[in-house]
Design a protein around this ligand. Sequence first.
Ligand SMILES: [Fe+2]
Ligand SMILES: [Fe+2]
Length: 300
Amino acid sequence: MPEITAPSDKKIKLIVNRIHNLPTPPMVFTQVNKVLQDPKTSAYEIGAIISEDPALSAKILKLTNSSFYGLPRTITSVKQAIIILGLDVVRSLVLSASVFETFSKSKAIDKNFLDSFWRHSLSVAFMARIISRTKNFPSLLEAEEAFSAGLLHDIGKLVIFTHLPEEFKQVKLAVEENPDRLICQIEEEVLGFDHAMVGSFLAQKWNLPGELGNAIKYHHSPEDDESESITTLIIHLSNYLTKKALLQEDNQATAVSVAPSSSLVWEKLGIEQEKEDELIQLLQTEYIKAETFLNMARGQ
Ligand SMILES: [Fe+2]
Ligand SMILES: [Fe+2]
């Protein structure tokens, strides 16, 4: 049984009792994460660890050379990628590739769910990156962090899908029957916890940065995030905007009800609410670059 760091949290206990084998990240992810905690780590060391996993190295090179980063020339080694993109970007690449690797192996039958899940997660990741840039957050690190948080914000849904398939079906049915209700409330009723809680627990188990875990935990209730993290606000807003974009574009089955983002969130981020349509437009342009990520999510 894993150590519980917040014993007061009954929900965490409930999750641990119901989901016995939370997915573990690939070994290389754990190693890279550990080594990156040492500020003296060199590109050479990280490159050496990643290179021991040829499949992961290939994925990282594929992502590095995708139009997402728009590099002027082809990068042929992981070490080169680290030198050019920086350690933090590579960390987020390793994280993306590891998450896809872990979950694309699951024997999930509902391919449609997986497809729309990754599409939504990637849209939120892209939107989060756009907002970081619009906000003029100074460093690439912040944009990367927002991207990773976007990619992982709903990871709890994937855990429920792969580990509690019966309950997952019940939730899905209830969501379809009650399109105006919020998924978190339905999950609470069926499971006793929601996907945000499971996701933050997974983030803790994977030793992801606290900021990322918080963004996952509070993406539906940013007002509860006592750390008042900007990443949480960005993910909340990105989630709202991508759902809104989907509602605009297809009048249909995949879009579910989304709570309106409070004006306080816009205010705290310093973005005018009138920018909503502009941001959605930007997403549609940027999202074209998502193909490499999508293929990877499908295990290709
Ligand atoms: Fe969510
Ligand atoms: Fe979401």
